[in-house]
Every structure is written in C-alpha cells, then in structure tokens.
Design a protein around this ligand. Sequence first.
Ligand SMILES: *Cc1c(COP(=O)(O)O)cnc(C)c1O
Length: 358
Amino acid sequence: MQQQYYNFCAGPAALPTTVLQRAQDELLNWQGRGVSVMEMSHRHPAFMELAETAEINLRRLLNIPNHYKVLFLQGGATTQFAVLPMNLLADLASADYLDTGIWSAKAIAAMAPFGQARLAANFAGKNQVPSKTQLQLDPQAAYVHYCPNETISGLAFDYVPDTGSVPLVADMSSVLLSTPLEVNRFGLIYAGAQKNIGPAGLTLVIVREDLLGRARPETPGPLNYTLQAAQNSMLNTPPTLAWYLAAMVFEWLLEQGGLSTIAEQNQLKARLLYEQIDSSTLYINTIKPTCRSMMNVTFTLDNPDLEILFLAQAEAAGILSLKGHRAVGGMRASIYNAVPVAAVKTLIEFMADFERRH
Ligand SMILES: *Cc1c(COP(=O)(O)O)cnc(C)c1O
C-alpha cells in the first residue's frame, strides 16, 4: 500500500488534493485550448474570465463590500511591508505599528526609509497580544498596522483593534480565508498566498477605495495600488499560474460550504491539537491560551534532547514538516484549510504514542 502523507508545512503549505488533481488533469490542455494555462496571454479573453471569476468568488467568500478593490499582485507579504508606506503614508510623518513578533517586526523595519513607525504596542516576545486598553494609538497616524496571526510563534489576536477613523492595516498572510471576516473593519488587508490561498507567487491586497491615490510619485507602477487597481492587476504580467490555482482554491472553499464551515473545521483541528498538548507532560505550548493561533500550533518537548528523534519518527510516519521556524526552534504544526481533520488526528495519535514510548 502507498504510504499516506500529512503535510504540516508553514508555507508554502498544503493545497487541497482535489485542486492539485484538477490542475494535473488540465495542465497540458486547459479548457481544450491546446495549451497550458501558463502558456497563454494574460490578456486572452479566457484568462481574463478566469481572473474575473476568481475575484467574484473571493468577494463572495469574504463578503467584500463594493467600495473595496481586490488586487492580485506579486512579491509576497515582505514586499508589501515597504509597498504599504509607499502607498498609504502620503504627507503624514508616521504610522502606528503593533509589535507582536517576528513578522510585525519585519514590517516595522521595512517602514524605516519612508517615515516613522511609531510603536503603539511593544509586545515582542511576550507570548500574548496587547489588550484593547494597552494600545497607545495616535489619532494622527496614517494607518495602524498589525499582524493578526504571527505565523512563527503561533500567536493570534482574539479581537480586531478599534482604530477609530485611522485605517487599520493587517498582514493576514497566514489567516486570510481561514474564518469569516468583517472586511469593513479594515482599510487594507494583504496576504501572501502560500499559506491558505494558493501557491507562492501571488499576493492579495484588499484595499478600501478612499485610500487609493495617495502613493508617493516615485512609486514604481507595479507597486502602485492605484495604477494596479485601474488595470485590474494587469499593469504588467501577473502570476497567471498562481492566480489560476488560487481561483480553484476559492471554488473549493465555496464547495466546502464557505468560510463558516471551514472555520468550524479549523477550530476543531486546533482544539484537538491543543488538548493533546495540554493533557500531556511532554509537550509544552507557551502562548497565553486566549491568544493561541488556530493556524499555527507551536510546541516544544519537555526534554529537548528528544526533539530530533520526535521529528525523525514523525517524518518516518508520513507526518511532514513539523520543525519549527529556524528563528525559534521547537515544533510547529500548521493546520491551514487544506489540512484535513484526519491529518490532525494522525498527528495526535503519533504524539500520544511518542509520549508513551519516552
Ligand atoms: C509567511 C509570512 C510572511 C512572509 O511572506 P513572504 O511571501 O515570504 O514575503 C509575512 N507575514 C506573515 C504573517 C507570514 O505568515
């Protein structure tokens, strides 16, 4: 019998098997056109239709109001760290940033050439997010930036900050599409695709229309939200293959019943895994319980000498990519949408068995 594999990679991460199978079936001859989808012009009516349908489906999934633009860009979330101040800072000197870990810190560092990143909360390394009353917001800020899910430490906000009339900006790279969202609470949302949306190479930006038109004049065209919005994200050649795959993921999500159904499954997966950790004496998660990520479950072993053995035996059992981020070590199980409940149950059984044996 063929070995079963379970992929817990933090990113690029698991994609739905049915999506990959369909891509395989269609790879050499898309829609009977005699060529692969990645071998045709992005201006071909068939691709334009694909792009349009993808946006419609994404809007349906997230209930995106009409006064928001959706952009399908390149460069990953890291590029957005700099593109954001280029586009939104305008004449304002500073923007507020909540520092809750490695990704929010990188966004802060990337802001430096453009203006002041004012720390509205300094919670780096604290294993919890600031409470609502601990946010020190500047009403004059150009925007407030935060990372709702710190992918590396497995730390998540359990609320959406209220920033009044200052636009709220969120790096949702590892949570977008994992649960329903009130888009109108945000001025701008961005996410690299390779966690929950599709393959690497595509970056989604959802931006409120009134925030367009503020880019610095020297902003390069492909990085200018306003110009990209005016050209339906086709100012230059977009990442067509990644767009096509993301479009299939959107369809898959709708077939699953949309984001409320997906969120229930994600909650179940996370609950099972945290229960396993909490009921054991070997596995430890150090995040404050209300701030535990539903997507990235981190843990260490009480006996660190066992970690290499744990990872090796997991791999041998087909349980892949549990090694934590190189910056923090330990273990991390990323349980994005495409990771089935069965995979989490297999992991839990393995963890219990490993604990019995050691
Ligand atoms: C993965 C990740 C990034 C980095 O994405 P790139 O596509 O590699 O630039 C940034 N922020 C968060 C929250 C992430 O999870």
